[in-house]
Ligand binder design. Structure first.
Ligand SMILES: NC(=O)c1ccc[n+]([C@@H]2O[C@H](COP(=O)([O-])OP(=O)(O)OC[C@H]3O[C@@H](n4cnc5c(N)ncnc54)[C@H](OP(=O)(O)O)[C@@H]3O)[C@@H](O)[C@H]2O)c1
Length: 222
């Protein structure tokens, strides 16, 4: 039977990831805040609206399925923001929005949607090596780093809870040429290269509860 993957934030790295899954015969549900993703026209692609900063949008997400139970083989929490990336310290609104999307929204969305992930399925959180406490030597991007560290902790807790039922991992997608921050224009990987490496990892028999760096193709320190 064909597999289904739900990818949040499927309009940038997530767009390349959605295309990679489609090319590998998956059915893909992708989200963006507007619910419109112009760049994919494919019969196996469904785009839906989701705003992770809005708990009503999260709670209402299941209405998209109109009572039909959807069984997911994979949930990939890719959506994330970094308005204070490269800055020394964020303003209050920027700090709160970063946590609302990367931590609160992503956690509550996962709690809601993990029930729809098949036993034996996978839940992947797209994190960042900037969230690694062990590797942190700099002082910039306080909200972004803290939010990804919190997401890493949630990944560990989820992996412990889901043990024997679903496979869970955090993934650093590499430094990718996207619109995440101004400096991303210099990223080492194209979205397509990052997506290909994420795909290879998520379809592999990885050990649950790890933090994987697709750029070095090695386990990362939490
Ligand atoms: N690019 C890198 O070098 C890099 C490095 C490490 C980690 N990451 C992580 O990789 C993931 C993808 O990043 P990216 O570089 O593709 O970023 P991006 O180009 O800024 O794209 C962010 C994605 O998140 C969605 N999004 C933004 N606000 C949202 C909200 N409130 N609710 C739901 N979705 C929202 C956006 O969709 P819409 O705007 O269409 O709604 C978009 O699809 C993020 O989690 C990021 O932290 C990226």
């Amino acid at each position: 039977m064909r597999k289904t993957v739900l990818i949040t934030g499927a309009s940038k790295v997530g767009l390349a990831l959605a295309r990679t899954f489609l090319a590998n015969d998956y059915k893909v549900i992708g989200t963006s805040r507007s619910g419109i993703i112009h760049d994919i026209k494919h019969p196996d692609f469904q785009s839906l609206s989701l705003d992770l900063s809005d708990l009503d949008s999260i709670r209402g997400f299941e209405r998209h399925f109109q009572g039909n139970e959807v069984i997911l083989d994979m949930l990939i929490n890719n959506a994330g923001i970094g308005p204070d990336l490269d800055l020394e310290f964020p303003g209050e609104d920027s700090f709160q929005l970063t946590f609302a999307v990367n931590v609160t929204g992503t956690t509550f969305f996962t709690e809601q949607m993990s029930r729809q992930v098949a036993v034996g399925g996978k839940i992947i959180n797209i994190s960042s090596k900037m969230g690694s406490i062990a590797a942190c030597e700099l002082t910039d991007s306080v909200a972004y780093r803290m939010s990804k560290a919190a997401l890493n902790m949630y990944t560990k807790i989820l992996a412990n809870r889901e043990s024997e039922k679903r496979w869970v991992a955090a993934v650093h997608p590499g430094w990718v040429r996207t619109t995440l921050s101004k400096s991303n224009i210099n990223g080492r990987l194209s979205p397509e290269e990052s997506a290909e490496r994420i795909f290879e990892f998520v379809v592999s028999d990885f050990k649950t509860g790890i933090f994987w760096n697709v750029e070095t193709q090695t386990e990362s320190k939490w």
